[in-house]
Design a binder for this molecule. Structure first.
Ligand code: CUA
Length: 338
């Protein structure tokens, strides 16, 4: 995929990336803070530039003006006090509103209690995709793993459904950023960071890794899909099932299990138990491949298996040079993993 194609993908998602259209409390707090900071900065800009231009015009050199220098002023207590007190006041206001916003983002809501509608997911940043380990929902253990598309339930009036993310990294520092839901939070090797959000707005929210993490940092896109609670229950139910065993794809399955695919990928219900690459158990339930780079369809799946480097240059999956027949069988099997 070229930079231009990636740009086109990015632009098609641009309408749902604005921090000025918050859909969750943390991003709402961030927008309020941004507008306040922008307003203060704009006011300072207007005052300073206004005085500058006033003086440039008022005291400019004219043909009939005095030819000597104007009186020189050294020191002035009122001026000293003014330009010390004014910035101190401005900075104090900034510190206070920043502290309040940090408090809202980090501590509000309080940590959930058993029986809350809370969803807990561990997010693992990897070069260059996202692993989602679904831990708990509504007090139930989930215990399945998926990749790149985070499904969460929408809250409703009086029934909030908070989403808590534990952020970890398997390699280098990444940053989880879905602008309409929450601020960016880094995923740091050897450390667990936490973030939360809650939204009532259904639909797909786009995001992007926001910390440079190598060749495909720009191709480390992410999607959060907010389902209705009923849709979310159905989605969980599907994800918890082991992989389909479609008799029509028996040869493909045997080929998949015989090749190196199994060293990295997991397909629950089969001997494929790799943990290094995305879990493929319900691959076809995802809308995109390779962390949001291309739509997930038969054609792109075939391109991917043929040569992943041609789809996502630098990605950690090599081209295996399968024969056409072998590749078609494997793709046919992958396409049954709904
Ligand atoms: Cu991951 Cu940038």
């Amino acid at each position: 995929m070229t930079g231009w194609e990636l740009l086109a993908v990015r632009q098609s998602q641009a309408e749902n990336l604005s921090i000025f259209e918050p859909a969750a409390p943390p991003s709402q707090s961030i927008r309020t803070l941004s507008i306040l900071l922008f307003a203060i900065a704009a006011l300072i800009f207007i005052v300073v530039e206004g005085i500058l231009f006033y003086n440039l015009l008022r005291f400019r050199k004219t043909a009939d003006g005095p030819s000597t220098e104007p009186p020189q002023v050294y020191g002035g207590t009122p001026i000293e006090i003014a330009w010390t007190v004014a910035p101190t006041l401005i900075v104090s206001i900034l510190v206070l509103v920043l502290a309040r916003t940090l408090w809202e983002i980090d501590l509000d809501p309080p940590p959930p209690k058993p029986g809350d509608n809370a969803l807990f997911v561990t997010v693992v940043g990897r070069q260059w995709w996202w692993e989602y380990r679904y831990d708990k929902y509504n007090g139930r253990d989930l215990g399945f793993i998926t990749a790149n598309e985070l499904h969460v339930p929408a809250g409703s009036e009086g029934v909030p459904r908070h989403v808590y993310l534990d952020l970890q990294s398997a390699d280098v520092i990444h940053s989880f950023w879905v602008p309409r839901l929450a601020g960016k939070t880094d995923l740091i090797p050897g450390k667990t960071n936490r973030m939360w959000f809650e939204t009532r707005e259904r639909g797909t929210f786009y995001g992007q890794c926001a910390e440079y993490c190598g060749t495909q940092h720009a191709g480390m896109l992410l999607r959060v899909i907010v389902d209705s609670p009923e849709e979310f229950e159905r989605w969980i139910e599907l994800q918890q099932r082991p992989a389909r065993d479609d008799p029509a794809a028996r040869e493909g399955k045997a080929a998949f299990l015989a090749e190196s695919c199994v060293n990295c990928h997991r397909v629950r219900g089969t001997p494929a138990a790799g943990t290094y690459a995305p879990d493929l158990t319900h691959l076809m339930s995802r809308e995109t491949l390779a962390s949001g780079i291309v739509p997930n369809n038969r054609e792109n799946l075939d391109r991917w298996v043929k040569n992943p480097q041609q789809v996502k240059l630098g990605c950690l999956m090599p081209a295996f040079s399968f024969s056409d027949r072998r590749r078609e069988e494997i793709v046919r099997y992958l396409a049954t993993l709904r």
